[in-house]
Design a protein around this ligand. Sequence first.
Ligand SMILES: Cc1cc2nc3c(=O)[nH]c(=O)nc-3n(C[C@H](O)[C@H](O)[C@H](O)COP(=O)(O)OP(=O)(O)OC[C@H]3O[C@@H](n4cnc5c(N)ncnc54)[C@H](O)[C@@H]3O)c2cc1C
Length: 510
Amino acid sequence: MNRRSALKALAVLGGLGLGVGASFRVDAKGRPNLVSLPDAFDEVDHFGITHQVRDGVAFRIPEPSLRKDIVIVGGGISGLTALYRLGEYDCLLVEKEDAFGGNSRRRQSRGIYYPLGALVSQGPVFPFIDFFRELDVPFEPVLGSRLAYHVRGRLVEDPLAEDGWRHLPFSRREREGFRRVRDDLAALRHPIDGIFFPRADNRADVRRLDRITLSRYIADKGYPEAVSHFLKLMLSSRLGETGEDVSAWIALYLLSNLPAPAYTLPGGHGAISEILRERCEAIRPNALMTGFTAIRVENRPDGKVWVTGCADDGSLQTIEARCAVMAVPKVFTKHAVVGLREERPEVYDRFRYNAYLVAQVELSRRVAPAFETASASRFSRFIVAADWLLGNRDPQGSSHLTVYVPYPGSAGRIELFGGSARQLAARIVADLNAILPRSRGAIETVRLHRWGHPMVGCTPGMDDVLNAAKQPFGNIVFAHSDSFGITGLYSAVWTGMEASSDARIVLEDI
Ligand SMILES: Cc1cc2nc3c(=O)[nH]c(=O)nc-3n(C[C@H](O)[C@H](O)[C@H](O)COP(=O)(O)OP(=O)(O)OC[C@H]3O[C@@H](n4cnc5c(N)ncnc54)[C@H](O)[C@@H]3O)c2cc1C
């Protein structure tokens, strides 16, 4: 069938109404190919009730109908970690969605697990080695090509690997810049002279990187523009923003891991949430509740805390506890915890967040040259092959790509939440066809999720703000990865552990 007759056939199909919810494309050989595009977003994070709290809607607060030692608000990795560490108490964890894991959730289709959000880390590193060993988390190293860089119409595999920079379509000076940045990032991984947590233990000159932005650092280093663009692009994959406002310390802490081994699991970190949930259920059955959106958390005059929430059917319930753990983003905590903003003006409003669009793309065959593909200029910036792990493949040969597009700042969030699902999906299909030529004719369906506040912004000098934000407030203590300045697996676990210690202090009245 030639291109013209293919288009004619498609016009007939469209006339029969078979084109509803689909976009017709013609592959490189002129064959028709039907891509199923969404009419709406497949929302995985629901804000209806939390936005009412933000907007100051008054709720009628009922008397407590349940009493607990501890109520944990939020069932992401930080809340689940807190629950896991507080198993000896009578705890209840409440989660607004119908599943646990927050930004670390996964789903499965055609035998392939894929991530809704988080997926990659450095594996079981210090100081989390014992924690992940205890949970028996089966991290797998990303084998084969880890990163392909799509730039100037070319796909270059592993540009930071030993010889990868030599293949970049740049001038000799620019390629040398890539070699230099690779060596500089490797030096930053030195266990004593490099960059590591906690920042207080870093050398003074490394600590000072927190006073400048990544952009300033890049300018001081004199890296060529091509290198600067690459670093900012890769930072935006990890944080959702590019480096103009980001602390150089935070940025380099993340970027220094680029040439290091990466680890993932089938479907990414959703696998870890599931392990944590199972462990919590085994220790304390009935301590986990879904479909309960906390709307108000209040220190009472008698030393108790009231946590009021809204169930899916709209009914309100108050739980009385000796302590509450807020394992939800500060952007919500500041509205829900009574008196918090008034007590700590200037703290919680300093938190900035970056939104994300995530696309799930099903294909008839495997098309990706690397685990992650980053595009220098296309809208679809980061493409991850969910089935890169050998044990996470469809025996029939179909495959799955997850596409991540950051939308920085509040302007980005407004743009994302005003966008048309169909148009965004069509744009992603066009990008994939351009970036990964093997995807032409292979894309079958596209689904889209939107994340409103997953990534916290990290301006220089945020440390004081972060420390102030996580100080216990009466009998309310704070988890959530945003307390750490970087939202990631380790910060979620770390803040969950810190909050469990704070909760223990409250309960034991130490
Ligand atoms: C697209 C995307 C990609 C990412 N990629 C990576 C990655 O590759 N590696 C990495 O390390 N990290 C990544 N992250 C960061 C990820 O956010 C963290 O790794 C981690 O999952 C955060 O866990 P948390 O518990 O701190 O927060 P969250 O995951 O935000 O958990 C908060 C929980 O609280 C619930 N909640 C909110 N409000 C209420 C309420 N009022 N009442 C009850 N429950 C409520 C939410 O539904 C959610 O379950 C990514 C995130 C996203 C969105």
